[in-house]
Design a protein around this ligand. Structure first.
Ligand code: CA
Length: 226
């Protein structure tokens, strides 16, 4: 997933960004409210973590502007004060959750996971990447306009990768999402399915989209990946 962290304090920003990256998220950091609004409006993020005390524009104002502008993704607010009024104000302005500083990293990661799980409401029915099209209603796949025949499991794996494009997914995550079971390090099931999918999706004349990083996992992306 792609996350935007709007936080001016270096130490806190580093700690939070590092924790999120360890969970394989892509994290951009904006150091003030103005940059935060600019980033959030120009890029597609899955979630925003927003500090309240910021230079240029405070977190309340950032939240208000983003919601007024129609942004729907989850916003998790951070503040030094745990007062009831502050919490209500944040929620009234459109924040989805609220965390008091100093932030406990494990708690923050748990809240982020919970907010991201609520995301399916916003998901689009047809996922597109380069010339790959996945229709999640009919569960059908096309590459360069041509219908691709896939099995139910191949489809589930492809949709799992396509739900988080440009995001490296580890085998544990894939195993849980596609097979509903913990990853077995002695099994090469995922590799086998990836191999089969590549043959069907990354056909001659089309840009390869399914990539592996040894020991780390798999990614579906049209960008350069090495
Ligand atoms: Ca701050």
């Amino acid at each position: 997933m792609r996350l935007l962290l709007i936080e001016d304090e270096d130490e806190a920003a580093l700690m939070i960004a590092k924790g999120l990256r360890q969970e394989l998220h892509t994290v951009d950091v904006a150091e003030d409210g103005l940059k935060g609004v600019r980033n959030a409006s120009s890029s597609e993020y899955d979630l925003i973590i927003l500090d309240i005390r910021l230079p240029e524009k405070d977190g309340w104002e950032v939240c208000r502007e983003l919601r007024t502008g129609g942004l729907q993704i989850p916003i998790l607010m951070l503040t030094a004060s745990g007062s009831y009024q502050d919490r209500v104000k944040g929620l009234d302005l459109g924040a989805d959750d609220y965390l008091v500083k100093p932030v406990d990293l494990d708690e923050l990661l748990a809240r982020v996971r919970a907010l991201l799980r609520r995301r399916p409401l916003l998901q689009k029915p047809v996922l597109k990447l380069d010339t790959l099209e996945i229709d999640t209603r009919s569960k059908t796949v096309r590459r360069a306009g041509q219908f691709v025949r896939v099995t139910a499991k191949e489809y589930a794996l492809l949709e799992c990768l396509a739900r988080d494009p440009d995001t490296l997914l580890d085998r544990e995550t894939i195993s849980e999402r596609v097979w509903n079971e913990p990853y077995d390090p002695f099994s090469n099931l995922i590799e086998e399915y990836i191999k089969r999918l590549r043959k069907k999706i990354d056909i001659v004349g089309q840009k390869p989209l399914i990539h592996a990083r040894r020991g780390e996992g798999y990614i579906l992306t049209a960008r350069e990946f090495a």
